[in-house]
Design a protein. Sequence first.
Length: 238
Amino acid sequence: MAFVGWRCPLTLLLHCKPLAFDRGSNQPQGSNASHLSKARASHRLFGSVRRCATHSNQMQRRTVHGDAILRLRSDESPAVPFLDLLPAEHVHAKLVVANKRALLDRVAGMLSTDTDEQQAIAAALIQREELGSTGIGKGVAIPHARIEGITEVRAALIHLAKPMAFDAIDGQPVDLVAALVVPEHSPEQHLHLLAELAEMFSSVELTTAMRRAEDASALREELAEFVRNKTKSPTWID
């Protein structure tokens, strides 16, 4: 019998997907266990993601039993909400791309300012996917990377015209993509944004509305409406 070596969903995004192990052993099983791991991990991801995201946000301002206070590093700017990182040219609806590699290349083009930067971003996104897919399940992927040489966080939001294979944690094809690149020395901003995205995409109402959006403007507006409504509501508690 196998069990899943589960980690926080944000750890999953920052590193790689969980592994299945034999009981009493530290050795991962083969391909069959990988499928079991994906199915269980997908279920648990969306069950725990709200608590994880809330905890991550609170970490930046909570005192922990004494003198230690967890906060953004002094050399980092306060985290900017994902919505505020989305100029019109970074939002695309019904985008047509051939495969995962073509999608990552297209994202790199959106988030770069010159050819060298585009190549660096594409390489970093591909390298991150080689560690483990950023497809978090339910048709959603969050490709991301920290990039040396950039000085600001950049993001893109995409609804694909046709779902594509992404080696997602639940094995399902992906059609909603939130991409993110962050300066190399901004790990806290990186974590904060991943927490925000994981929380957002745990909302079936939001993902359903995004999939119904007819164009990029409507896609962005669905996200904006979700954010407005969320600020009026109490914090989610499972």
